[in-house]
Design a binder for this molecule. Structure first.
Ligand SMILES: [Zn+2]
Length: 161
């Protein structure tokens, strides 16, 4: 549990100092390219404050992570009163974990981005900065008709039960 929190925190600290995502890195260094691909010039990626994160599928089977998997499932059930859907993917587990630890991780924004369905994001956008503490939870994809939908942690987690 604490180890995982530390890994994410270190990742966030790293994004504050350098560009995390190679593609974003290129985009932000080249404003014209960023514009062409529809990226926002004010994106937190361009300030090194955000990272698009994906977790290895091994997280679902790795024995040393079983306590953490159980804890995420238990906390989702405590909050929603229901069981987490069995078909959620590894990235959703990361998303849920960040949602459950918004304050501890000092999160501005966490976004469940794309993927074929809610509960199966293609990646998780995680942003943290010293300027803001917005604690926003957003989802975007075909399941929101490509619009950013802002939800509470409770509403978001309930979608995956
Ligand atoms: Zn992003």
């Amino acid at each position: 549990m604490h180890k995982f929190l530390c890994i994410i925190k270190q990742g966030i600290l790293l994004t504050r100092r350098c560009f995390w995502n190679f593609e974003d890195d290129i985009r932000c260094l080249n404003p014209l390219l960023n514009k062409l691909v529809g990226g926002s010039a004010t994106s937190q990626h361009c300030r090194g404050e955000a990272a698009d994160c994906a977790l290895s599928p091994r997280f679902m089977t790795e024995p040393s992570m079983s306590a953490l998997r159980r804890e995420i499932k238990t906390r989702v059930t405590e909050i929603t009163g229901k069981l987490l859907r069995p078909d959620v993917n590894t990235n959703f587990m990361l998303f849920a974990y960040v949602c459950l630890n918004l304050k501890e991780l000092d999160i501005d924004q966490v976004i469940h981005e794309y993927g074929e369905d809610f509960g199966r994001p293609a990646w998780v956008h995680i942003a943290s900065s010293r300027r803001m503490d917005k604690r926003q939870v957003l989802i975007v994809g075909s399941y929101t008709k490509w619009r950013y939908l802002r939800l509470t942690v409770e509403e978001t987690l309930a979608y995956a039960t």
